[in-house]
Design a binder for this molecule. Structure first.
Ligand code: FES
Length: 315
């Protein structure tokens, strides 16, 4: 588990891009350049009470002088976005991690189909910027209630031109994933947005015969099964042989922390991948949405995932 560097960045500008979404530009107060990133990357924003929220970078990956993020005020959320809207005004200091990318573009792809729902369009803005700059083939489907409530729409129009398809439900235009058509060699689909949009895209493309490896998605909300009944289990630490008991009402991450074994975490919802660690044996109940299937044989996310009876951790 690697800790992520936290930087104190200054809010250079904060302007509404829709009535609910604030578009922030962050710069380093002393350094001319920030750590490099690639489209699809996100940063962690650390709140004063220690909580962490993830935001996709939506600026230009070629511009190392600034990070841009868009923060939607979630009335039903856990308070992080409301805090950001109240406090991240020009001149304020934001505690921000170095970027991490769990949602990269496929370099070898010949055609890119980007699908964004609401605030989920933010990583796709950075993807579109790079694809347009490189003269590569892409189209961006932007789904929102109306143009006025579509984040960063002016930027998208300037970047994409006629490659932008707006789907605004208030105007009766709802996105239908069937419009993507049959699978094509070298074509990759990237979807980010509400779970129901991602489910619809995956179901439709799956039925049309698109291979899973050509369909990529990212969610920033946990989709944990509310009916899941956690059971206690034991975690053995491979390096010391110590056996730690994980009660039903505590996460493996909490128990590791209590024993000084894990500090790096971020979302604690199974969506960011920060807490990932290796394991050697045991039947792991994977409850995250971030680990690729191929990694689940020997990696797990202790913030949400558990084990049946016992597991040996590569710690
Ligand atoms: S802390 Fe984010 S997946 Fe565990």
């Amino acid at each position: 588990m690697t800790a992520r560097m936290i930087m104190k960045l200054r809010v250079a500008s904060a302007r509404p891009t829709t009535p609910e979404v604030l578009h922030l530009c962050l710069v380093h107060p002393q350094r001319p350049e920030l750590p490099a990133w690639t489209p699809g990357a996100h940063v962690d924003l650390r709140l004063p009470d220690g909580r962490v929220r993830q935001y996709s970078l939506c600026g230009d990956p070629a511009d190392r002088t600034r990070y841009e993020i868009a923060v939607k005020r979630e009335e039903a959320g856990r308070g992080g976005s409301a805090w950001a809207h109240r406090n991240l005004l020009p001149g304020a200091v934001a505690h921000v991690s170095a970027p991490r990318n769990n949602f990269p573009l496929v370099d070898a792809a010949r055609e890119h189909i980007l699908i964004g729902g609401g605030i989920g369009v933010t990583p796709l803005v950075a993807m579109a910027r790079q694809l347009a700059a490189q003269g590569r083939s892409f189209v961006l489907h932007d789904c929102a209630p109306s143009p006025a409530r579509a984040p960063l729409l002016d930027e998208l129009r300037a970047i994409c031109g006629e490659r932008l398809r707006g789907w605004f439900s208030a105007g009766g235009r709802r996105f239908d994933p069937a419009a993507i058509g049959p699978p094509r060699d070298g074509a990759h689909v990237y979807a980010c947005g509400p779970q129901r949009l991602l489910d619809a895209v995956r179901a439709s493309l799956g039925a049309a015969g698109w291979p899973d490896a050509q369909v990529h998605s990212e969610v920033f909300q946990a989709t944990l099964d509310e009916n899941f009944k956690p059971e206690p289990f034991d975690a053995r630490i491979a390096s010391t042989g110590a056996v730690l008991h994980v009660p039903a009402d505590r996460s493996l991450l909490q128990v590791l922390r209590e024993h000084g074994l894990a500090t790096a975490s971020s979302c604690e919802l199974g969506v960011c991948g920060t807490c990932t660690c290796g394991y050697r044996d045991g039947v792991v109940i994977h409850r995250d949405v971030v680990l690729p299937v191929a990694s689940r044989q020997d990696r797990m996310t202790p913030c949400v995932s558990r084990a049946r009876v016992g597991v040996t951790l590569d710690l």
